[in-house]
Write a protein that binds this ligand. Structure first.
Ligand code: TYM
Length: 350
């Protein structure tokens, strides 16, 4: 059933069809880690696609708080950070009336399915994951959770009969793995999972660090001047763009290999203004005015997001309430898929 929907409930008594099957709509699923403050890479690479998708597809978005435990963490911060991340998703424009937003740890089927998939994935394919190699490099003690993280991510996706996964470029390899696992599982046990496709934006799929444009903008690497966080005030944004590293040849040209700093700024400009890279490049012949206009447009795009986020802080109960509602809806879908998968692998019915 490559890329198709599961046609019905696989003939297993008592299993209802999922809402997207009933509506015949495409299902979109994606997730974000709650390990740090979201930045413009997350916003342009992912969140903005999600906000658009919620109007076109049956959409489910997850704050992946279990993933945050794979590395050293402060237990007093785990819950707060999950709420904080969810609040940025709502502030970015996700509407809990039309899409599902929930915390991964609230839906236990994620870890349950992850086990079934761990028994399908191979050690060799997990060992090839570049993010695991990068995150484990130089660490003496690496958790098993960090190693199996991409399988939990596959479970996140496959539980929701997902057709499309809007993500930034850095998640491509994990998406390939999720597809491989789904195809192998379906081949072994019969059609059980929808095989998902990655949807990577054409522009800003990999926003780079403003000070080190050879590496991607990241929540986990401390680079105060290199990262524009969604929480940043206008003055801070202006200052960070002004100080962004470029080059000395002075020619406005999009060339990520030879001019990584400037090309990154052009790409952020194109994403923020929803103009093409060619159009932005053709509009400037000096770096200074390009930077000034970029800072202005970023402030214009990000200010409403920051303001909505600040407004949400007035009622600390709101985000937990929204996540609880989201978890109920997510569980209804996830439990059906998990039951289907647990039956086909041969586990006893409860
Ligand atoms: P995470 O939390 O690192 O990032 C969330 C989303 O933001 C995108 N992104 C970027 N896009 C462009 N430029 C950047 N510099 C940049 N940095 C991050 C990411 O590609 C992602 O789309 N493993 C995932 C979370 C996850 C998930 C899932 C995603 C868990 N389960 C299921 C999709 C489906 C992660 O760590 O994303």
């Amino acid at each position: 059933m490559a890329n198709g929907r599961i046609p019905d409930d696989q003939g297993i008594p008592g299993l209802g069809a999922t809402p997207s099957i009933l509506h015949g709509m495409e299902r979109v699923f994606s997730g974000v880690q709650s390990s740090g403050a979201p930045h413009i890479g997350n916003y342009f690479g992912a969140f903005r696609q999600w906000v658009a998708d919620q109007h076109k597809a049956d959409s489910v978005f997850c704050v992946v708080d279990l993933h945050a435990l794979t590395i050293e963490h402060d237990p007093t911060q785990v819950g707060t950070r999950a709420l904080e991340t969810a609040s940025w998703l709502f502030a970015s424009g996700l509407d809990p009336e039309i899409c599902i937003v929930f915390a991964q740890s609230h839906v236990q089927e994620h870890t349950a399915l992850s086990w079934l998939l761990e028994c399908t994935a191979t050690f060799g394919e997990l060992r090839r994951m570049t993010q695991f190699k990068e995150k484990s490099k130089g660490n003496e003690s690496v958790s098993v959770g960090l190693f199996t993280y991409p399988v939990l991510m596959a479970a996140d996706i496959l539980l929701y009969d997902t057709n499309k996964v809007p993500v930034g470029d850095d998640q491509r390899q994990h998406l390939e793995l999720a597809r491989d696992i789904a195809i192998r599982f379906n081949g072994r046990y019969g059609d059980t999972f929808v095989v998902p496709e990655a949807a990577v934006p054409k522009v800003a799929a990999r926003v780079m660090d403003l000070q080190h444009p050879e590496r991607k903008m990241s929540k986990s690497v401390t680079s105060p001047l290199g990262t524009i966080d969604l929480i940043d005030e206008p003055d801070t944004i202006v200052q960070k763009i002004r100080k962004a590293v470029t080059d000395t040849d002075g020619e406005v040209r999009y060339d990520p290999e030879k001019k990584p700093g400037l090309s990154n700024l052009i790409e952020i400009f194109a994403a923020a203004s929803q103009r093409s890279i060619e159009d932005v490049t053709a509009s400037y012949d000096r770096y200074g005015p390009l930077k000034a206009d970029l800072a202005e447009i970023l402030v214009e795009v990000l200010t409403p997001v920051r303001e909505r986020h600040a407004e949400m802080q007035a009622d600390p109960g709101e985000v937990p309430r929204l996540l609880a509602k989201g978890a109920l809806k997510a569980r209804a879908i996830a439990s059906t898929t998990y039951l289907r998968a647990s039956r086909v692998v041969g586990l006893l019915a409860q």
